[in-house]
Design a protein around this ligand. Sequence first.
Ligand code: TRP
Length: 355
Amino acid sequence: MAKKIILTGDRPTGRLHLGHYVGSLRRRVELQNSGEFDRIFIMIADAQALTDNADNPEKVRQTLFIQSQVPELCELAFYYMNLVTVQRLQRNPTVKAEIQLRGFSENAVEGDTAQRAGIPVGFFTYPISQASDITAFKATTVPAGDDQEPMVEQTREIVHKFNSVYGPTLVEPEILLPDNAACMRLPGTDGKAKMSKSLGNCIYLSDTADEVKKKVMGMYTDPDHLRVEDPGKVEGNTVFTYLDAFCRPEHMAKYLPDYASLDELKAHYRRGGLGDVKVKRLLIAVLNETLDPIRARRKEFEGRIEEVYRILEEGSAAARATAAATLDEVRRAMRINYFDDTELIEQQAKAYANR
Ligand code: TRP
């Protein structure tokens, strides 16, 4: 049976929050424990983070390296660049949205100050570099959020093109999206579209129990649910969205045994007679129970930083070995493996001898 391989990654540009947790981290642990995959590569995408942070390397350096320690990824990207048009890159919706978000100007004049003036070439081409990340490991599966769909789609196109030009070499990956809507796009504590650092609406994995309590108590609910007796709305109510993402049956049994399920709690809220504070208390308990083991592990690793670096160093070496093997195949397919192509050398020797 064909091997099932995962590759996924994150840019190390900020603290991890609950959106990352339900959107990818928790899923990765489940996938790892499912026993369904032959190998799982998880990459710290520091080189990609530099594509819009060239003037700000500290932001990247403070975190632990990896992507940049696998130079084979650059070489692959260099060859893939010839299989993608500028027009195709310009159509990538995630890149388009990020250009807006970063304030890069599409008609910057040369000589403008600050990097903000124009679009860095590396940024513009990062979907190609991401195709290298994925294909270097022959990943079949890329667990990620829906913002990564255009990247995986472009990767598939590159694979298709490469294989049809040079012969079957690379593997077409598939994206694996979070399995429920609440996990796909966890809203911020203010009820706004998405949890994001710039909006200041995050709950971080590193937050203390007190910080979590404060943030949940201030969370957006149903603005028309003024008195406890009023019927309330569950849809668009951030506290219930979070419960959808985090609350398991065991939590209900432990913290609100009077309700058989989360659905029963929702029904009560809709009917009226259930106050926000009671629902928020449940959420605080659930979140802190979820975060406690993460906090403990973080603390433990904070005392073993040298070891963390060693783990990453060993991981980078292992990733390099895999990427180098793929690169060998790529070179052979492209017939640019001159020095181990004895047939080619013999042929050339003969051709020149007979002149
Ligand atoms: N683009 C991803 C992000 O912004 C990070 C990333 C880089 C990635 N290479 C990847 C994700 C390959 C999945 C697969 O978070």
